[in-house]
Design a protein. Structure first.
Length: 171
């Protein structure tokens, strides 16, 4: 029996499970690269979010983040660092685990649109004026404050008993 098999790892449907995803923010000279969701998107059409997406089977989180940056913006050669984790409690037996990465460049580089949307270099001091995905108003300050060598942040996103959304950071 391998240490990677489901039985050894204690996996069964009665336990809480998560779908792993990446969320990536690249900054350069006072700007942050955000993706304006394509009009045809089921979620977040016309709203701004970081780059990112699902981690595919057989792929590690960092490789997935680099793949997503290239697929969604056409960028290569950006060094990414894990800066945070976000567990999204969906209220169902399966949640989402976001592995949040940050990359820093000296200057913005040209980007290319994809089926996911249009990447745009947005001035950091104006980002709150854009139609952001709701949790970015709380997550972005943590991402932007993070620097290599600092501990990663950890957050939980969910809804309270009255259905009001919340973002809670670990102390």
């Amino acid at each position: 029996m391998s240490h990677t098999d489901a039985q050894t790892q204690g996996l069964h449907l009665g336990r809480y499970q998560v779908i792993p995803r990446t969320l990536i923010f690249v900054t350069a000279a006072g700007r942050i690269l955000l993706l304006k969701g394509a009009a045809h998107k089921r979620l977040w059409a016309g709203r701004y979010n970081g780059l990112g997406g699902h981690i595919e089977p057989g792929e590690d989180a960092l490789s997935a983040a680099y793949r997503e940056v290239h697929e969604e913006a056409g960028l290569r050669g950006v060094t990414l660092h894990l800066c945070g984790t976000v567990l999204i409690d969906t209220g169902e037996p399966t949640g989402v685990l976001l592995l949040v990465f940050r990359g820093m460049l000296d200057q913005p580089r040209p980007v290319q649109p994809s089926d996911e949307g249009e990447p745009q270099w947005v001035p950091v001091d104006e980002v709150v004026n854009y139609p952001l995905v709701d949790d970015l108003f709380v997550l972005l300050p943590r991402v932007l404050a993070w620097e290599p060598g600092k501990p990663v942040f950890h957050a939980l996103i969910g809804a309270d008993a009255d259905g009001r959304p919340f973002v809670r950071f670990a102390a």
